[in-house]
Structures are given as structure tokens and as C-alpha cells.
Design a protein. Structure first.
Length: 77
């Protein structure tokens, strides 16, 4: 598994996520780790299209780390 920084700049209002560090098998998998629409009532959607997500490879993950979100950056209003 690999570590990726996924980010977006189309939804930059308050109460939105701008990026996540995720553990995924490849870049395409990294883009779908976080749901396109935000899961909680108080935040705005993450992005509406996968093509709006930028991916940056960070490095190899320790074998004990499972696929998924590791850390998110939330812009609270």
C-alpha cells in the first residue's frame, strides 16, 4: 500500500475539507477513498466529480496500515 495526499480546490468555502492523507493501492484507488459527498450534516460536499481531486504520492505505507483515510484537513467556519 502507498500513502497519498488527495486535495481539491473547487470547494474552498468554510466547513469544507480541502485535503486528506490516505492509504491506497494506487492513485485511482486514492481518489475514491473519501466519498464524493460529505458524510456529516455540518460540512459542505468534498467534491462532486472525481476529476476535481488532485493526487500526490507521498511514499510507501507500513504494512500494518490498512486502506483508508488517515488524516483530513477541515476548514471550519
Amino acid at each position: 500500500m502507498k500513502l497519498y495526499l488527495i486535495s481539491q480546490t473547487v470547494n474552498d468555502d468554510y466547513d469544507t475539507y480541502d485535503s486528506f492523507v490516505v492509504c491506497a493501492s494506487d492513485e485511482d484507488d486514492a481518489k475514491i477513498i473519501h466519498k464524493l459527498e460529505a458524510e456529516d450534516y455540518y460540512s459542505s460536499p468534498w467534491v462532486s466529480k472525481v476529476s476535481d481531486i488532485d493526487v500526490k504520492y507521498l511514499g510507501e505505507a507500513d504494512e500494518s496500515i490498512e486502506r483508508g483515510e488517515i488524516l483530513g484537513s477541515f476548514n471550519a467556519g
